[in-house]
Design a protein. Structure first.
Length: 330
């Protein structure tokens, strides 16, 4: 469907990022999603090497004012269904005009084009990670044919009264070292083989989405490696930590976010997940962070939510992954 009369749309440019960040800030005051993004964050997300910015992004303008933004982005690697992720926001002062419906219609159409052009031989999946706090979003998605597929919970805890350190025989807990970056990538790929929506991250997507992020904190990241092995043992488990400047600026709290936590299959059952998380919590507390947070799939195959709850994390918000399934076309 076309955008409402009087509005124009075009691809996103880097010059738009400050205005889009301001749009997100205005929306957050109404939507209370707990997410904050500055222009630098948005540049990392939307100008990644695998994004065709002229085709995969849209800003909607009322005169010179950016009133909405939408992106349709597919990371290059996938397992099973080729995932295309749709993200967008409409400025609160311009809601109720049909902008969101038109934007989602454009995104879904672009998502189908991406699937047909890049991986028509595989099933595809259009996905919107919806925030339960955004009024009207669920109805918008249902009318567009999306269905709820997965539930994710954001959990957090203060960095006080921390669990006691845990030792695991034959394992050393160490901070992240850049010489191990490639090894950690392989460990992550092995650890997430069975997880919904996961894929074998190649070098490009690993750098763009994980350790190459501006928010990545090597000093707060913890690796569990085999002890007593000449030259350093293999990575068995890990917690990758991030501190987002935009969150700190908006909330006044320094939060260590644990974006990826994993244990390679051969090392499971030894308590490594608890050990690396406890060490990461202590590292964050020692560095002056106030809180720690993470997100968990409620259907996680390893019952991660139970582990995090036992370690003092509490549910803060819930997100729902809404999807449209696309049949193979090749």
């Amino acid at each position: 469907m076309p955008f409402p009369a009087g509005l124009t749309d075009r691809p996103l440019t880097r010059d738009d990022l400050p205005a889009v960040a301001a749009l997100h800030a205005a929306a957050e005051r109404v939507d209370d999603t707990g997410e904050h993004h500055d222009a630098h964050d948005l540049a990392e997300y939307w100008f990644a090497p695998f994004v065709e910015v002229d085709l995969d992004t849209r800003v909607v303008l009322d005169g010179d004012e950016v009133v909405a933004v939408g992106t349709t982005i597919a990371p290059p690697t996938f397992r099973g269904a080729y995932g295309v992720h749709l993200d967008g926001r409409v400025h609160p002062d311009h809601r109720g005009r049909g902008i969101g419906r038109a934007l989602l219609d454009w995104q879904a159409g672009r998502g189908r084009e991406i699937h047909a052009a890049r991986h028509p031989e595989a099933p595809g999946r259009l996905t919107v990670l919806a925030q339960s706090t955004i009024a009207g979003q669920e109805g918008l998605l249902r009318r567009a044919g999306f269905e709820p597929a997965r539930w994710f919970q954001s959990m957090s805890r203060p960095l006080t009264d921390l669990p006691a350190p845990r030792a695991v025989d034959g394992v050393e807990l160490v901070a992240f070292d850049w010489s191990r970056d490639e090894e950690v990538r392989h460990a992550h790929n092995a650890a997430f083989t069975e997880h919904y929506g996961s894929s074998e991250r190649d070098r490009t997507s690993w750098e763009s989405m994980f350790t190459g992020q501006r928010a990545f904190r090597p000093d707060l990241t913890v690796l569990a490696v085999e002890d007593g092995v000449a030259g350093g043992g293999a990575v068995l488990a890990y917690v990758l930590a991030y501190v987002h400047e935009a969150d700190t600026a908006a909330t006044g709290q320094v939060e260590a976010y644990y974006g990826q936590i994993g244990v390679v299959p051969a090392a499971r059952g030894r308590g490594l997940a608890k050990a690396v998380i406890v060490a990461a919590l202590q590292a964050a507390a020692d560095a002056g962070c106030d809180t720690a947070s993470l997100e968990v799939d409620t259907d996680n195959v390893s019952d991660a939510q139970g582990l995090y709850t036992a370690m003092g994390f509490r549910v803060r918000r819930t997100q729902v992954s809404w999807s449209v399934q696309l049949a193979p076309r090749g």
